[in-house]
Design a protein around this ligand. Structure first.
Ligand code: DGL
Length: 266
């Protein structure tokens, strides 16, 4: 039994789509969430800069004694893979590998689209994970650079968001694609809009957060890292940007807050 916290991080509010799944499944675990919203978006920043951001957050989470890390930022995982374990010596999980495994069981046309940031698409991380499981799948890589800035903006401009979604969905015209993978943790936030504009041949919308629960449970059990089952987990947030905006995002996702503090990461 290990009562140390589980660290989870993202460039901003996107990781809340992951955390909301985890708190249901790991009610005894305490989570420490870092949202680097002051420096979001990450998806269009260069790798060298993101490497610094990534390591600043990992150093912070390590200083909090985290026993396990959830990389809730696909861009970071795409560039730096398993760095949490390799460089920081903390076991970790990301969203990409477990999702690759799930996709091979879902798409019937064997044609899927990855909606993700420029950085994630550039690395072909999802495509590689999907093809490893099922090499005949056709993967349509769709970079969606306009989405995160719109989702993170203080005043969401709905018309701009709708236009961007339609621009990206248009890339699937003429394909037999039946599945869209939300390859950026921010995108499940706008799932209802994406679904409402998606063409009829898109049958499945995959939130990778739902794919990590089982492998994460297995990993935590195998490493004997589970918290005391009689203890109630807490959720502590450390956010580099606007606290009020983050608080209202937590309320929207019904994620309870034990504490919410401003953090300076650099
Ligand atoms: N939510 C992150 C991801 O999954 C980062 C998005 C961004 O900041 O551009 O890639």
């Amino acid at each position: 039994m290990v009562n140390a916290p589980i660290g989870i991080f993202d460039s901003g509010i996107g990781g809340l789509t992951v955390l909301r799944q985890l708190i249901k499944q790991f009610p005894n675990e305490t989570f420490i969430y870092v949202g680097d919203s002051a420096r979001a978006p990450w998806g269009n920043k260069d790798k060298a800069l993101l490497s610094i951001y990534n390591d600043q957050i990992m150093t912070f989470l390590k200083s909090k004694g985290c026993k396990f890390i959830v990389v809730a930022c696909n861009t970071s995982q795409s560039y730096f893979g398993d760095r949490a374990s390799q460089k920081f010596n903390i076991p970790s999980i990301g969203l990409i590998e477990p999702t690759g495994k799930r996709i091979s069981q879902i798409s019937t046309t064997k044609e899927v689209a990855i909606f993700a940031t420029d950085g994630t698409i550039k690395t072909k991380s999802y495509e590689t994970a999907i093809l490893r499981e099922d090499p005949v799948t056709i993967v349509h890589n769709v970079p969606c650079p306009k989405l995160v800035p719109l989702i993170e903006s203080k005043q969401l401009i709905l018309e701009d968001l709708k236009a961007a979604i339609n621009e990206y969905l248009d890339k699937l015209k003429g394909t037999h694609c039946d599945t869209i993978v939300y390859g950026c943790s921010h995108y499940p936030i706008i799932h209802p809009l994406i679904k409402s504009y998606a063409p009829a041949h898109i049958k499945y919308f995959i939130d990778p957060a739902t794919c990590i629960v089982a492998p994460m449970k297995a990993q935590i059990n195998a490493l004997n890292l589970s918290a005391d089952p009689t203890k109630k987990g807490e959720i502590h947030f450390h956010v580099s940007g606007d606290i009020a905006q983050f608080k209202s995002a937590c309320e929207q996702f019904e994620v309870p807050i034990t504490s919410l503090n401003k953090v300076t990461l650099d």
